[in-house]
Structure formats: structure tokens, C-alpha cells
Design a protein around this ligand. Structure first.
Ligand code: MG
Length: 294
């Protein structure tokens, strides 16, 4: 006869206590960013280091069912490399075909999707500051941890078809890839791991104990207009990079042109007229980087 089942349950986390812990963690993250970037990127002086918590964790549990490729170990970021060559890549519509925020919005139905699309367009037209749009879009979508994980898998499934081979060839020439994105770090982390990219500069999201949306890293420069040039200058200062290249499809990528040695516009998934007109190089496949970067 089976013994009587134990009715002892594992201790449940107290919701109030969980929220308090999240508030403390958010406050600490904010303080770290303010210490690095200042209270506004416009007032920021060049920092010595970038915040550690924006790095993709090599130990994050990631599913690659779509590609069934080994994830391997993520290499340390620029360790022991004197004057590294940094290859900074946008994520949405560059390393991957999708726009992550659109995919998160789509999961909330057509009305939310249309509203988010309108806000994004207004930000791109300059009608609303990016930081305002960033907050409003997330408040509307309120992505859960599960939503973000699903979009993370989608990023991997829709990876730019030449990305892996191109990055392997460029690594062999001494380039260190970095993702610099106005997207969300936990959504991008699976793609970063799939591509073996150790460093992601994007905006972190926080979730409560149940996995519901609890906020975002409001201090990260990627959540503001002019954020990408600030990130690239900080990366150069942190690593002592000898060369910094930026590749991307968007106007926010084009804005980095004064902060990098080479800017490469990208047009496989979306061709922005201004980027195509003003970029010194414009490619439609990431393999197009190979003849450009020695
Ligand atoms: Mg993009």
C-alpha cells in the first residue's frame, strides 16, 4: 500500500516581498546607469565602462528548437585583445528579419499592433521623442516573460541567412561582434547566443515573480534619441577599440556615423531612403561585409 502523500508544499514567494525586491533591483540598475551615463545622455561624459547587466548571459536557458544547432559557450568579450576591432550590428531588420516590438504587439491583437506601429512611425518622424514612445509602447503591450521568450525564438528562426558564416569569417580576421539595439535584451539574448555574440547593448526588461511585465531600464541610452552614438563611444572607451564599425537599417543606426570609423547601411529587409542615400556603404546581405572589412 502506498504511503500517504505529504501535504507539505514548497514555500510560496510572498507577492508583496517579490514586488519590493523588484523595486530595489530596478533602483540599483538605475543607479548603475546614472553612474555610467549620467542622468541624461546629453550631459554624459565618456564613461570608463558600460553596465555589466546589459550583457547577454551565457548561462541563460535558451531554446533553439527551430535551428537545432549547438549553442556552445559564448566567448568572453574582447578578453586579452589589444585594440580590438568592434563590429557593432543592429538587431531588428538587420541580424534578423523581424522587428521584435511589432511581434510582441501582434501577440496582443490587431488594435494594439496598429497603435504600436503608429507610435513607432511617429517616433521615426520625430513627432514624439523616442523615450516617450518607448515607455508608451511597453505600457500598452506589457510583455510577459513568456511573450519575450517566444519572440526570442522568432529572432533565431528568422536570422539573416548569411549572418553566422559572415561572423565566423570576420572573427577569423579579428573582428569582435556586438549587438547594439533599441530592442529588449531578454528577447535578443537567444539570437546573441545562437550567433556566439557575447555582448548585447539593448534595453533590459524586468518581470515580477509570476513572469508579468514589471518595467524596463529607463536609464539605458538605447531607450532615447541619440542613444546609439553614446553606446558606441562608451564601447570604444571601454575596450580601447582601434576600429569601430556599425551596421544597421535604421536612421538611429545612421546617427552613429560620427561615432564610428565605418558605417554600413543595410537593406535586406527594409530600405530606408535616408540610410541608403547617406550611408557610405549600403549592402543587402551581411555577407556584403566581407569585401568591406579586412
Ligand atoms: Mg533595425
Amino acid at each position: 500500500m502506498a504511503s500517504a502523500p505529504s501535504d507539505a508544499k514548497p514555500p510560496q514567494p510572498d507577492a508583496k516581498e517579490g514586488r519590493a525586491r523588484h523595486r530595489i533591483r530596478n533602483a540599483r540598475q538605475g543607479a548603475r546607469h546614472r553612474a555610467t551615463y549620467g542622468s541624461s545622455h546629453r550631459q554624459r561624459t565618456r564613461p570608463a565602462t558600460l553596465p555589466q547587466h546589459t550583457r547577454a548571459s551565457p548561462r541563460a536557458p535558451v531554446s533553439h528548437r527551430a535551428n537545432r544547432l549547438p549553442t556552445g559557450r559564448v566567448p568572453p568579450f574582447c578578453r586579452g585583445v589589444a585594440a580590438p576591432k568592434l563590429l557593432c550590428l543592429d538587431c531588428d531588420s538587420t541580424l534578423s528579419a523581424i522587428e521584435g516590438v511589432d511581434e510582441l504587439a501582434r501577440r496582443r491583437g490587431p488594435d494594439v499592433f496598429a497603435a504600436v506601429e503608429r507610435m513607432t512611425r511617429e517616433a521615426m518622424d520625430g513627432a514624439i521623442p523616442l523615450e516617450e514612445v518607448f515607455r508608451r509602447r511597453l505600457e500598452l503591450i506589457r510583455p510577459t516573460r513568456a511573450d519575450v521568450a517566444a519572440v526570442g525564438e522568432l529572432y533565431v528562426r528568422t536570422v539573416e541567412p548569411t549572418a553566422r558564416e559572415t561572423l565566423a569569417a570576420l572573427r577569423a580576421r579579428g573582428w569582435t561582434p556586438v549587438i547594439v539595439s533599441g530592442g529588449y535584451t531578454p528577447a535578443i539574448a537567444p539570437l546573441a547566443e545562437y550567433l556566439g555574440i557575447a555582448r548585447v547593448e539593448a534595453v533590459n526588461l524586468t518581470f515580477d515573480a509570476r513572469g508579468d511585465y514589471a518595467g524596463y531600464d529607463t536609464a539605458h541610452p538605447a531607450a532615447r534619441n541619440g542613444g546609439k552614438p553614446a553606446i558606441l563611444r562608451a564601447l570604444r572607451a571601454e575596450t580601447g577599440a582601434g576600429r569601430v564599425v556599425m551596421v544597421g537599417d535604421g536612421v538611429s543606426d545612421l546617427e552613429t556615423i560620427g561615432a564610428v570609423d565605418v558605417f554600413v547601411g543595410f537593406g535586406r529587409y527594409a530600405v530606408r531612403a535616408r540610410v541608403e542615400a547617406e550611408a557610405p556603404h549600403f549592402i543587402r546581405s551581411l555577407s556584403g561585409l566581407l569585401p568591406l572589412l579586412a
